[in-house]
Design a protein around this ligand. Structure first.
Ligand code: N01
Length: 496
């Protein structure tokens, strides 16, 4: 890919995962001559689908929906594509849309400072500096692995890694393995490694609601149909979109319907876990959906196996040869795999961006990320966040949200161009109003009032991750750049 970072560019996109590629693709579709560059810290595109390579890694949203509407693929092999296929898809999109020359790889963002005088961002990267008018941060919310600070971890004599940075050099065959965490990642890889390990010990802090994954192979005839008749594939995508949206009716709008989901999920648990002690330990005491509903057909049967231990008392420390639970028992293991998630409410990028008062985004947020439409932030002119605060979903495809945000960026760029505005900054009042609306919509939903603690809630207890309602409402709100909610920082473009 292109190795030179221009010393100046109009739009700089940081990150070449789904979010960054959505942004650059839409900007170029609107204006093929746009001066837009993407920087990517790794040596290839793909974001989370490049990095997460753990065994069994797959999408838990049907891939016909979890892909770009502007770059459909008729070739998915399964309803829920596996990681290698998704990674290949993203690389193929780069080629199909001729984006390769726009992407500077092995180029990590180190800092970005807004200058009110220059009305530009001064961006420092591992490949030098560049001056940028519009910055699009597409760095992902679930990209920085979180390993808890467990006492004694440095003394452990075996192997330790996180699910998002899987150690493929290490062979688990015949080993005693501890897995910490029982979220969306663990349910995918634990059934894949159980037959290799001599013994598996799974540390569960909170049980998850699990429902069947209705996966199937997509045969050649069906794939050919999608290839020859794209409208048929679009129709399938539309149906998936529709039934996924219907989940909001249950999870957010009518939480009184949740007991029915509970009955269904409990029946699934009863069918798949015969051991009564384990079944009791695996029964959640909060509403389904409060944490991400997990889709799996083999997670619960795996935990039911006699060669798999389920520890529910939590871990207190690590010794040189094992993991100690809350009762003080040392579980001797050779390898510890942390499936403990990410840092969505304090993304590292928030420490790198400094706004017009010299403070970082993290300092502005004080632990509770907020943005206007999840995209722009008061105090940070010409900054657009992809997958920003309150844009995460519990029910549908994040790619749909990212495309909506990319539309908004394009609309903003056009508005600025048409009005000859060099820079815009969202008004505090607009940001406040949007977030009050988000808070009131979240009030009483399963994500706020489902009786669990989850990564959806930030350090201050506010839900600063979830979009509270139907995704088409986000699409409508981001369709056009609402310039009246913005302060015009400068009314002349540099080219004047
Ligand atoms: O991480 P998680 P993940 N001691 O944060 C436990 C997306 N995703 O990597 O529930 C002990 O969900 C924690 O316990 P608790 C998806 O959005 C998408 O699995 O907090 N345990 C939990 O069990 C998902 O939500 C796909 O009590 C500790 C687990 O670790 C997100 O990524 C596929 C602990 C962390 O679960 C993250 O999933 C996979 C501690 N100190 C993932 N700290 C798709 O297919 C944490 N835990 C799109």
């Amino acid at each position: 890919m292109n190795s030179a970072l221009p010393h100046k560019c109009d739009v700089l996109v940081v990150g070449a995962g789904f979010a960054g590629l959505a942004a650059v693709a839409k900007i170029l579709a609107d204006d093929p001559n746009a001066d837009v560059t993407v920087i990517e810290r790794a040596s290839d595109v793909g974001g989370t689908w490049r990095d997460n390579t753990y065994p069994g890694c797959a999408c838990d949203v049907p891939t016909s929906l979890y892909s770009f509407s502007f770059a459909p693929s008729p070739k998915w092999s399964h309803t829920f594509a596996r990681q290698p296929e998704l990674f290949d898809y993203l690389r193929s999109v780069v080629d199909r849309l001729n984006l390769r020359d726009r992407i500077v790889t092995d180029c990590e963002l180190l800092s970005a400072d807004w200058s009110e005088t220059d009305r530009r961002w001064t961006v420092e990267t591992s490949r030098g500096a560049t001056s940028v008018r519009v910055l699009v941060a597409a760095t992902g919310a679930l990209s920085t692995p979180k390993i808890p600070d467990v006492p004694g971890i440095d003394t452990f004599g075996g192997t330790v890694f996180h699910s998002a940075t899987w150690n493929h050099e290490h062979d688990l065959t015949g080993e005693r393995v501890a897995v910490i965490g029982t979220g969306a990642s663990a349910v995918q890889f634990v059934p894949e490694i159980v037959d290799k390990a001599q013994r598996l010990t799974v540390f569960q802090r909170t049980p998850a609601w699990v429902i069947p994954r209705l996966d199937r192979t997509i045969g050649r005839v069906e794939r050919t149909l999608y290839e020859k008749v794209p409208a048929a594939h679009r129709a399938v995508r539309g149906v998936i979109y529709g039934y996924r949206e219907a989940y909001v009716t249950v999870l957010a709008d009518n939480p009184w319907m949740l007991p029915a989901v509970k009955v269904f999920a409990k029946a699934n648990l009863k069918r798949q876990v015969k051991n009564p002690v384990k079944r009791a330990a695996l029964t959640p005491d909060y509403a389904p959906g409060c944490k991400r509903l997990l889709l799996s057909n083999d997670w619960l049967p795996t935990l039911d196996r006699s060669d798999v231990d389920l520890v529910t008392s939590g871990l207190t420390s690590v010794t040189e040869n094992g993991v100690v639970d809350a009762s003080g028992r040392n579980h001797e293991v050779d390898t510890i795999i942390f499936a403990t998630g990410f840092t969505p409410t304090e993304p590292p990028v928030s420490h790198l961006l400094r706004g017009n008062d010299g403070r970082t985004l993290a300092e502005h947020w004080g632990g509770s990320p907020q943005a206007h439409l999840g995209t722009t932030v008061a105090g940070f002119p010409n900054l657009f966040l992809m997958y920003g605060p309150n844009t995460n979903l519990g029910h549908s495809s994040i790619v749909y949200m990212l495309e909506s945000q990319a539309n908004y960026v394009v609309s903003a760029l056009n508005e600025m161009k048409d009005r000859r505005i060099a820079a815009v900054e969202v008004n505090e009042s607009a940001q406040r109003q949007h977030n009050s609306w988000v808070d009131s919509e979240l009030d009483g939903t399963v994500w706020n009032a489902g009786g669990c603690s989850s990564w959806y809630l930030d350090a201050n207890g506010r839900n600063s991750t979830m979009w509270p309602t139907y995704t088409f409402r986000f699409r409508n709100k981001t369709r056009e750049f609402d310039v009246s909610n913005y302060r015009i920082v400068s009314d002349t473009l540099e080219s004047d």
